[in-house]
Design a protein around this ligand. Structure first.
Ligand SMILES: CC(C)(COP(=O)(O)OP(=O)(O)OC[C@H]1O[C@@H](n2cnc3c(N)ncnc32)[C@H](O)[C@@H]1OP(=O)(O)O)[C@@H](O)C(=O)NCCC(=O)NCCS
Length: 182
């Protein structure tokens, strides 16, 4: 799907079976340790669908087909995030953060393209956000390299509890500033 046209729409309950099928894949579950039973997906995504969570869950569509998921919130919306991020580096007020996965076709540049398109959308839709910050476990090279290819830079590193207990705790803090501001 090179040169795909990217669009994003909020996850709805009709998407739950698709969303559940992604972390069920071992290559995704390796890094994204969500459970995928119907009850677990309702627990993890239902509040966002209902607008009862600050986090937003977005379905990423490449040429109209759903291929991935991007979660977006302000870093400060969640105390645990703010503490983890602040332990690794500066967190500008109103900075936002992302989490993401590709449901298929990993390792062929799609993740980089999806993130580039989502970040461009963030600058337009989140005018208050001066920067996007992401923490990534150092072992997840595809994830932090995809961010670097979008323009993020590693601005801090240190130990955080990994999602996957098998991983070394070393994490990177990656940052991309709003164009024309920093
Ligand atoms: C993270 C993710 C979105 C990246 O998207 P992707 O399409 O696989 O990555 P890209 O093809 O755009 O490649 C990005 C970089 O990772 C590298 N890469 C991709 N797959 C790799 C692999 N299996 N092993 C090592 N490096 C890999 C690419 O070579 C490229 O780096 P380079 O510029 O140094 O060559 C995707 O792999 C994914 O969904 N992973 C599972 C869920 C996950 O890890 N989410 C992130 C949690 S922080």
């Amino acid at each position: 799907m090179p040169d795909a046209v990217w669009s994003f729409r909020r996850v709805t309950r009709e998407d739950f079976p698709l969303v559940a099928s992604w972390p069920a894949q071992p290559e995704v579950h390796r890094w994204w340790q969500h459970e995928w039973s119907a009850a677990a997906v309702e627990r993890d995504f239902g509040a966002s669908v209902d607008g009862a969570e600050p986090n937003e869950d977005w379905l990423a569509l490449g040429d109209g087909s759903p291929v991935g998921l991007v979660q977006c919130s302000a870093v400060a919306d969640y105390e645990e995030n703010l503490a983890d991020f602040s332990a690794l580096g500066e967190v500008p007020p109103r900075a936002i953060t992302l989490d993401y996965l590709l449901g298929e076709t990993r390792g062929q540049g799609l993740g980089t393209d999806m993130l580039r398109a989502f970040v461009a959308r963030c600058w337009a839709e989140r005018p208050e956000a001066p920067a996007v910050l992401v923490t990534v476990v150092a072992a997840n090279r595809p994830s932090w390299r995809a961010l670097e290819r979008v323009g993020f830079r590693i601005v801090g590193e240190g130990d955080c509890e990994p999602d996957n207990p098998d991983d070394d705790p070393l994490h990177y803090l990656l940052r991309l500033d709003r164009p024309g501001v920093a």
